[in-house]
Design a protein around this ligand. Structure first.
Ligand code: PGA
Length: 246
């Protein structure tokens, strides 16, 4: 299976810039890579047009926890699907930290995403204090269990889990590949104990120089990338590096 490269553009790019970058992505050969672009909500429709007919997939950075309702400002997973999304991130640490998203809410979002037929990417990972206190395993287990419990009865054929240590996001300091691989093993085992097949990604300061070391680990199915995916050069270098390791 080709490695997944999920580009998280966060709130960094305007609609115009997102479309331009999507067009750049489209012009790159990436046969050996499954590329998923996650622009902000406002750019989804235009990016969908920019990548139409290519093998690039579209993802959203978040979704509502209900299909429909009086939820001002929220975006239904069903509507994301109608827009052409096939992937959606849930529980990104920036949302957990800045907006107080709890494990329970993230579990509901995961459920809503699965119910809508989107491929969810459940983001988990410890922060610096939790890491220092030796709580990495416990934090990952708690976050994953909340998600897996919320969807177990839906029997999703597969879900994606991104192990993203909070201290590694946007800092230029990524986790050691062996630590990411160990986290991936425990996440996959926990998923299996819920009868769920999980493929695990790593995220947190991945760039063209470091991606090879992560992809050399068979436990890691791909990468979730912020900074190094947000420019044409970064995107191209990442794809070249990924092609080289596959
Ligand atoms: P980063 O972001 O690659 O800039 O560390 C990753 C993410 O937040 O998904």
């Amino acid at each position: 299976m080709s490695p997944l490269f999920i580009a998280n553009w966060k709130m960094q790019l305007s609609d115009v810039a997102s479309v331009a970058l999507a067009q750049e992505a489209r012009a790159l050969a990436h046969d050996a890579v499954t590329l998923v672009l996650c622009p902000s909500f406002n750019a989804l429709a235009d990016v969908a047009v920019a990548i139409a007919g290519s093998d690039i997939a579209l993802g959203a950075q978040d979704c509502a926890w209900e299909e429909r309702g009086a939820l001002t400002g929220e975006v239904s997973p069903e509507d994301l699907k109608q827009l052409g999304c096939t992937y959606v991130l849930v529980g990104h640490s920036e949302r957990r930290r800045e907006l107080g998203e709890t494990d329970a809410l993230v579990g509901k979002k995961l459920r809503a995403a699965c119910a809508a037929g989107l491929m969810p990417v459940l983001c988990v990972g410890e922060d610096a204090a939790e890491r220092a206190a030796g709580k990495r395993g416990a934090v990952i287990a708690r976050q994953c269990s909340a998600g897996f419990d919320a969807v177990a009865d839906l029997r999703p054929s597969e879900i994606l889990v991104a192990y993203e240590p909070v201290w590694a996001i946007g800092t230029g300091v990524s986790a050691a590949p062996e630590d990411a691989a160990a986290a991936a093993v425990s996440i996959a085992a926990l998923a299996a104990s819920h009868d769920i097949h999980a493929r695990v990604l790593y995220g947190g300061s991945v760039d063209a120089d470091s991606v090879g070391a992560f992809m050399a680990r068979k436990e890691i199915a791909g990468v979730l990338v912020g900074t190094a995916s947000q420019t044409a050069t970064g995107l191209r270098d990442m794809i070249v590096a990924l092609q080289a390791v596959t």
